[in-house]
Write a protein that binds this ligand. Structure first.
Ligand code: HEC
Length: 170
């Protein structure tokens, strides 16, 4: 009788372990992609290969090729990752850490001109909203990145809105 009980207990544990293992294995792969940090080349790789921004949500209420203003381009398409989408919706007035906004900029003929990105990194630049700024051409060449003064100077007009123009954060 004792052996039977032992065997049953062992069997039960085995089933439990295999369940735990199966659950672990089925974790969606994308949740395991680590964020790139303040590095423009790694960020580009993340945005185009690891976690393609073109499969993210668009900025709520904005479609593709909406009318832009200076300096970004005639037409814009703006994508937001999950953290940014959450930040737009939660009404707190600031984006959470790890929020990424990737905006495609097009000329008058809807010809792709550049990709501009804002990426919130905890503690990165506390005097200017902790945004990492980046601009790439069509081939992924980095045109500007980091604590880019030109970007910050203009976006500072929206300092009270976490440096964001596209929509009210509160
Ligand atoms: C002269 C002002 C100005 C400068 C300089 C500027 N931006 Fe913008 N940016 C805007 C405006 C205005 C918008 C809103 C979209 C639009 O209508 O063009 C915007 C929107 C954005 C957005 C979408 C999120 C938001 O704020 O609405 C990103 C991302 C962005 N800019 C990145 C950059 C980067 C990166 C740089 C520097 C390489 C930069 N911007 C420089 C004015 C500026």
């Amino acid at each position: 009788m004792k052996t039977v009980k032992l065997l049953l207990a062992a069997g039960f544990l085995l089933v439990l372990f295999s369940f735990a293992f199966a659950i672990h294995e089925t974790q969606p792969a994308e949740t395991q992609v680590p964020l790139p940090g303040a590095d423009a080349a790694k960020l580009y790789d993340y945005l185009t290969r690891q976690k393609p921004y073109t499969s993210w949500e668009l900025w709520p209420g904005k479609g593709k090729f909406y009318k832009g203003s200076q300096p970004h381009g005639e037409f814009l398409t703006t994508y937001v990752n999950e953290a940014a989408l959450f930040g737009i919706k939660d009404g707190k007035g600031v984006m959470p850490e790890s929020a990424i906004i990737a905006k495609e900029n097009y000329g008058t003929d809807k010809k792709f001109a550049a990709l501009t990105v804002m990426y919130k990194i905890k503690g990165y630049n506390p005097t200017a909203g902790n945004w990492f700024w980046a601009k790439y051409d069509g081939s992924g060449k980095v045109l500007a990145s980091g604590k880019v003064e030109a970007c910050i100077a203009c976006h500072a007009k929206k300092k009270g809105n976490d440096y964001l123009f596209s929509g009210a954060m509160k």
